[in-house]
Write a protein that binds this ligand. Structure first.
Ligand code: GLU
Ligand code: MG
Length: 438
């Protein structure tokens, strides 16, 4: 039987879902120029199916314009379709970015960071997920047995990532039941988020071909540990490529530049969790004693800090300034990587624009500190529901210039509707819905 390959041209949308339209692979060159028509209201399709009230209704036209740098093609042999997709920007008909496009939002912030401060970011996403090709057993944490039981998944995944041009850093059985973690090497700016999309979609592609499924749901069950997305990042000078994060004379090693950037992120973390932890059940994960993040604190090697200063290996004359970096822990995969990285960078940019002072490291767990210490350190509990996070996000106008009114309004309408769909369900039922949707 004759087969013809199809390329899916996609966007990672407001709900972090990858959606798009397919075209014959032989039309690739033409489609790079022409793109494919896309409907504004598609942005209001929630992860659970129903469409949030749309400001556009049935009206309007946009175009998905592919970026050839994001093309992923993975051969799965004669018995399966190849995986073949490419990411695009949602543009207006004149080719300018549609203000609601998540990828274009990240591009705006990356450009502003360079224009205003001469800085670029290098970032790597760590993704935790559930693989249902193994059965649930107690005490699988980091276990060789849990690695073995996933059988062909990891090797096929590594091969697929290589075909997709991605370099696997680590793959491991994580703490939770059926939970695994994957990290690829860092990339600069937009590319880091493109890679995050490709890493998740390639995991889905492999699991599907093996007859199973992966889920990047923020938390499997209310009593489980979460599936976090931890974003590692560092800044460097656009002109010289020199890292600017480390100052050996500062007690915790922070340079003034990194200090202002991190203080911006800490100040905005309560409102941007609406973008980085974008599901109702994300807030079951963002609770103390779960190794996620529950406060907007800066931690030194603390795996429950909102932002963690990561360890450096000082042996063998290694250059600390090149290793010294940070990790944002209050994100999960219910959010588009473009919105996650865009929100982190927009917050950091806010800190740089204001020249915020370097924040103090929080010693110990914030939940056990007296209220006056938290106040002195400027530490607050992160919002405890998606609705609360959305209210904070709406009220915070500091980054409106970067986000734009149309994206902000569309996002709020989308997510408030999603929260209303979950309102009458138990936590367990919400977890089941998100597991199926992500
Ligand atoms: N599973 C934890 C989370 O929800 C993270 C564990 C770790 O430090 O890797 O973020
Ligand atoms: Mg982990």
């Amino acid at each position: 039987m004759k087969r013809e390959e199809i390329v899916m041209l996609c966007t990672s949308d407001l709900g972090g879902q990858v959606r798009g339209k397919g075209f014959p692979a032989r039309d690739y060159e033409t489609r790079l120029r022409k793109g494919i028509g896309w409907t504004p209201t598609n942005s209001m399709i929630t992860a659970h199916g129903p469409i949030a009230p749309s400001p556009w209704g049935p009206f309007g036209d946009t175009v998905l314009v592919p970026d050839p740098d994001t093309h992923v093609r993975v051969d799965f042999g004669p018995d399966h379709a190849a995986e073949n997709f490419i990411m695009g920007d949602i543009c207006l008909l004149d080719g300018t970015p549609w203000p609601v496009c998540p990828r274009s939002f990240l591009k705006r912030v990356v450009a502003a960071l360079e224009e205003r401060h001469g800085l670029c970011v290098r970032a790597a996403f760590e993704h935790e997920f559930i693989y249902d090709g193994v059965d649930e057993r107690p005490n699988a944490s980091y276990a060789l047995d849990a690695f073995r039981r996933q059988d062909l998944f990891a090797e096929t995944y590594l091969g697929a990532l290589q075909q997709a041009g991605l370099e696997l850093d680590t793959f491991m059985p994580e703490y939770g039941p059926m939970q695994y973690e994957v990290t690829v090497g860092p990339a600069v700016g937009l590319k880091a988020a493109d890679q995050a999309v490709a890493v998740r979609e390639t995991a889905r592609a492999v699991a599907t071909r093996l007859g199973g499924r992966v889920s990047f749901t923020p938390i499997l069950r209310p009593d489980a540990v979460g599936n976090g997305v931890h974003v590692h990042f560092s800044l460097f000078e656009a002109g010289t490529g020199q890292p600017v994060n480390h100052d050996p004379d500062h007690k915790d090693g922070l340079s003034d530049t990194a200090g202002a950037f991190i203080s911006g992120i800490l100040a905005k973390m309560p409102s941007i969790t609406a973008l980085t932890a974008a599901s109702t059940i994300s807030y079951l994960r963002l609770t103390p004693n779960r190794w996620s993040a529950a406060y907007n604190n800066l931690g030194y090697r603390d795996r429950e800090a909102g932002v963690r200063i990561c360890p450096v290996f000082a042996g063998n004359g290694a250059d600390i300034s090149r290793q010294y970096h940070f990790e944002f822990r209050a994100a999960d995969a219910a959010a588009s990587p473009y919105l996650v990285l865009g929100a982190i960078l927009a917050s950091g940019l806010h800190g740089l624009d204001r020249g915020l002072p370097i924040a103090q490291v929080c010693e110990g767990a914030p939940q056990s500190l007296p209220a006056r210490d938290l106040e002195r350190l400027g530490i607050t509990r992160l919002p405890q529901s998606l609705d609360a996070a959305l209210d904070l996000f709406e009220a915070d106008a500091d980054m409106d210039g970067m986000i734009g009114a149309e994206l902000k309004q569309a996002y709020l309408a989308h997510k408030r509707f999603e929260a209303s769909l979950m309102r009458d369900l138990s936590d367990e039922d919400q977890c089941s819905r998100y597991r199926a949707a992500y």
